[in-house]
Structure formats: structure tokens, C-alpha cells
Design a protein around this ligand. Structure first.
Ligand SMILES: Nc1nc2c(ncn2[C@@H]2O[C@H](COP(=O)(O)OP(=O)(O)OP(=O)(O)O)[C@@H](O)[C@H]2O)c(=O)[nH]1
Ligand SMILES: [Mg+2]
Length: 233
């Protein structure tokens, strides 16, 4: 082991929380990251949020996939936003690498969206599906949503992990499937409370009309707080 050769260790970026203002003094968009296990409903949540909020705020989306642009293509097919507001980052590696360790490609994507479309209020950054440990760098997003689903097992909140315990909002999605997979929603709520204390938890079914409402309301609150902070003297 060569303790005197620090360059043998992998380089890690150490971004701090990004300034809410751009160099010209105008407020940049609030950036919200969505992470969680494969197939839990991250893209479906992004699509539903865009539909619910696009009339009131200016939104753009960055998706992360390992080798494809599938999530971005899904959002484009669904026409949830104009095409110039949707960008895909191909991570080429474990999703958490691009949202936590080297966030440069994602930061560039966010900045290109802001430059290309004019001032934005909200940028949603979807991580590729990963395990329970993936979290976003605070240099990339201002708040994070962790999306799990009832079909992944009702013991997930009890198992914890940084996504479940520290995300600003925990979403337990696909509640419509609970009766079919024998998921105990009340038990999930108790376990989530034990892991998260006062941090909020939203139970959603995106199969239901307006099923994204609890997440939409939380995003609205964050946007109001962001606007107030970023415009304070
Ligand atoms: N029944 C039900 N199906 C859902 C719900 N939300 C999402 N789905 C379905 O679950 C599947 C996966 O949803 P996605 O939104 O692609 O999941 P994801 O987390 O983005 O997946 P990856 O990006 O591949 O990790 C799709 O077939 C969705 O239609 C829900 O609330 N109820
Ligand atoms: Mg997805």
C-alpha cells in the first residue's frame, strides 16, 4: 500500500450546496432529485408532476439511464413537456456514480436546459433505478424524493438505508397493488415514521386519477420556500 501516493485513490468531486443565484444575480431553478429502486415509479412520478404543474411553473427534466435514453424517450412520447425541456444523461455506470460522485454531466445538462429554454422554476432530475443506498449530491439537487413501491416488499421502510431515512420526501408508490401483494400499508407507515421521525412520507397510486397530488403539494411547498429564500436580501 502506498500511503504517500494519494493519486492512486479514485478522484471524487466535493461540490458543496450550489448557490441559489446565477452569476448575474437571477434566481436559478429549484432542482429536485428522484431516486429509488428499479421500477418503483420514478418516471411515472416525473410524468405526473409535469402534467400537474406545467401550467403554473416552468419545468425541465433530466433523466439518467445506464446505457439508454429510455426514460427520456418515454417522457417525450407522452409529451409531458416540449422536447427541448427533456434531456437524457447516459451514465455508463452505476446510477449513483453520476448523481453523487461525479455530477458534472448532470450539472452540465441542468445548466444547458436553463440556458436553452430561458428561466426555469423547477428541474426534476431522475436517477437511474438503483438500490436503497443511492442518494444525490447536494451540489446537484436542492431536495430529494426517494420512491419505493409496495410491490418491492412492505419491509423496505424497516430496512432503512440513506434513501429511506434521509430523503426530504419518501414516496411509497403503487398502493393500488397492496391487496394483490399482501402489503401492510399501516405497517409501512409505522416503520417509515420510526426511520424518518418528522420527515414526510407520501403514499401514492399513480394508477388513480390525481394520484400524484401529495407529491405535487409537497413540490409546491418547496417551490414557495425556494422562491422566498432565493429572493431574500
Ligand atoms: N399499478 C401501478 N403501476 C405503476 C404505478 N406507478 C408506476 N407504475 C408502473 O410501474 C412500471 C415502472 O414504472 P416507472 O415509472 O418506469 O419506474 P422507474 O422507477 O422510473 O423505473 P426505472 O427508471 O427503470 O428504475 C411501469 O409499468 C408503470 O406504469 C402505480 O402507482 N400503480
Ligand atoms: Mg425511470
Amino acid at each position: 500500500m502506498h500511503l504517500d501516493h494519494p493519486t492512486t485513490y479514485p478522484h471524487r468531486h466535493t461540490y458543496g450546496a450550489a448557490s441559489p443565484l446565477r452569476p448575474d444575480g437571477t434566481r436559478r431553478a429549484l432542482r429536485i432529485g428522484l431516486g429509488g429502486p428499479v421500477g418503483s415509479g420514478k418516471t411515472a412520478t416525473v410524468a405526473a408532476l409535469c402534467r400537474a404543474l406545467r401550467e403554473e411553473v416552468s419545468i425541465a427534466v433530466v433523466t439518467n439511464d445506464i446505457y439508454t435514453r429510455e426514460d427520456a424517450e418515454f417522457l417525450l412520447r407522452q409529451a409531458v413537456l416540449p422536447p427541448e425541456r427533456i434531456t437524457a444523461v447516459e451514465t455508463g455506470a452505476c446510477p449513483h456514480t453520476a448523481i453523487r460522485d461525479d455530477i458534472s454531466a448532470n450539472l452540465e445538462a441542468v445548466e444547458d436546459l436553463e440556458d436553452g429554454t430561458g428561466p426555469l422554476d423547477l428541474v426534476l432530475v431522475e436517477s437511474g433505478g438503483d438500490n436503497l443506498t443511492a442518494t444525490f449530491s447536494k451540489g446537484l439537487v436542492d431536495a430529494q424524493i426517494f420512491v419505493i413501491d409496495v410491490a418491492g416488499g412492505d419491509d423496505i421502510p424497516r430496512k432503512g438505508g440513506p434513501g429511506v431515512t434521509t430523503a426530504d420526501l419518501l414516496v411509497v408508490n403503487k398502493t393500488d397493488l397492496a391487496p394483490y401483494v399482501g402489503a401492510d400499508l399501516a405497517g409501512m407507515a409505522r416503520d417509515a415514521k420510526a426511520q424518518r421521525g418528522d420527515l414526510p412520507v407520501a403514499f401514492t397510486s399513480l394508477a388513480a386519477e390525481d394520484g400524484v397530488a401529495p407529491v405535487r403539494d409537497w413540490v409546491r411547498e418547496r417551490l414557495a420556500a425556494w422562491t422566498a429564500t432565493a429572493t431574500a436580501p
